[in-house]
Ligand binder design. Structure first.
Ligand SMILES: [Zn+2]
Length: 384
């Protein structure tokens, strides 16, 4: 099993300088490769002869820079194959270094990196298993982090339980599930988003090149990080809740909510892109947590989940203002998002519209029709 643990790091001035120097060399290699369209690490020895300063960086780190480009190009190609519009890989400044297999040593809370030196990390919890990779990263808010990727020999056992749930990610709340549990959008995120807007305005007004502008830039970056941390914190708790409480989780594999809804999200001070990112992350988190816990996640085709009737399958277009699903054919009445969640679970269970048939028999996978309608408001989960 793979583990990723992230720690705050506190390099001294000398080590910091070495790290920035390393970033500069990595950036040089990355941009050289992109410019000359060389995507093989066999170019490195020759490059080092030409630019001897590259020897200041651990060789495996530079190899990793090239491998990263290959990896990114492959990802772009894959995206392109699905019909998405993709740009080119751009030249950029690198803010992290990857040590793989060799060139590092962790003793207590002191981390030693080859060609860099030794510095302290805040070992808030022990590293599980054997260390495979170390990533040193510098953020825009001028903080250092070390991510340690380690492996333990155990493999998660697949669950035999039958607790199943369908989750609808939507705009009115963050999510609604088939059991009527509702997670609201995290308030603290929109709160700091407001602060962010104010700081950004101040930043754009500051005179170019001034000391004030530099200070303001770090301030903006700090709030950015805070927003990110708060959102991640929420998403980790959210995904943990579902992975702990259920054995089979059904989700849409992407959100294609109509434009009206995205207009509404603007009124809430959240742009569609931010929500998209949050939804994407939500799925990522739930998938990796489920994989570690041995529970099943099934991603289904999102088409018509809000329009179809859960009971009889009648399809009818709904306005955004129509918060309740009321079927004209069979009379089934339920909150709009609950009906969507039920459709999601139904689809996952019967295998309709599934991207892959990687499934899975689950005893009571078809959702039981709730005997008593849970008014969605009553089932709200309170988080502080
Ligand atoms: Zn119906």
């Amino acid at each position: 099993m793979r583990h990723v643990t992230r720690y705050r790091a506190y390099p001294g001035h000398a080590v910091e300088r070495q790290l920035f120097n390393g970033f500069a060399r990595c950036s040089f290699v990355r941009n050289w490769c992109l410019e000359n369209r060389v995507y093989r690490d066999s170019c490195l020895p020759k490059l080092k002869e030409e630019y001897p300063e590259l020897k200041e960086v651990h060789s495996k780190v530079l190899q990793n820079v090239v491998q990263q480009i290959v990896h990114n190009l492959r990802a772009l190609k894959k995206l392109k194959a699905t019909g998405r519009k993709v740009g080119k890989l751009r030249k950029k400044w690198v803010h992290s270094m990857i040590y793989e297999q060799t060139g590092f040593k962790l003793v207590g809370n002191r981390l030693w990196l080859s060609r860099i030196g030794e510095f302290q990390i805040e070992l808030s919890r022990p590293v599980p298993g054997k260390i495979k990779q170390i990533v040193v990263k510098h953020t825009a808010a001028h903080k250092w982090f070390v991510a340690i990727i380690s492996e333990t020999p155990d493999t998660p056992e697949l669950t035999t339980g039958t607790r199943s749930v369908g989750i609808d990610l939507n705009l009115e709340n963050f999510s609604t599930d088939t059991d009527g549990t509702v997670f609201e959008h995290p308030h603290n995120v929109s709160k700091s988003a407001k602060r962010l807007r104010r700081a950004q305005k101040k930043f754009s007004r500051a005179v170019n090149g001034s000391r004030n502008r530099r200070k303001q830039r770090i301030r903006v970056a700090r709030i950015h990080e805070q927003v990110e941390n708060r959102r991640n914190d929420f998403l980790h708790k959210w995904s943990r809740y579902y992975v702990d409480h259920y054995d089979f989780i059904a989700l849409e594999h992407l959100n294609i909510k109509p434009m009206v809804e995205s207009l509404e999200s603007k009124l809430r001070g959240m742009s569609k892109s931010i929500l998209d990112a949050a939804w994407y992350k939500a799925r990522e988190f739930i998938c990796y947590k489920a994989a570690n816990a041995g529970t099943y996640v099934h991603l289904i085709d999102p088409a018509y989940t809000t329009q179809d009737c859960f009971i009889c399958g009648h399809r009818e277009k709904k306005d955004l203002s129509q918060r309740v699903h009321c079927c004209p054919v069979c009379g089934y009445t339920a909150p709009r998002d609950l009906n969507a969640a039920q459709n999601i679970l139904k689809r996952a269970s019967v295998g309709w519209g599934t991207p892959e048939s990687t499934l899975v028999e689950i005893g009571t996978a078809t959702p039981p029709i709730p005997a008593v309608q849970v008014p969605v408001n009553e089932a709200r989960i309170s988080r502080r």
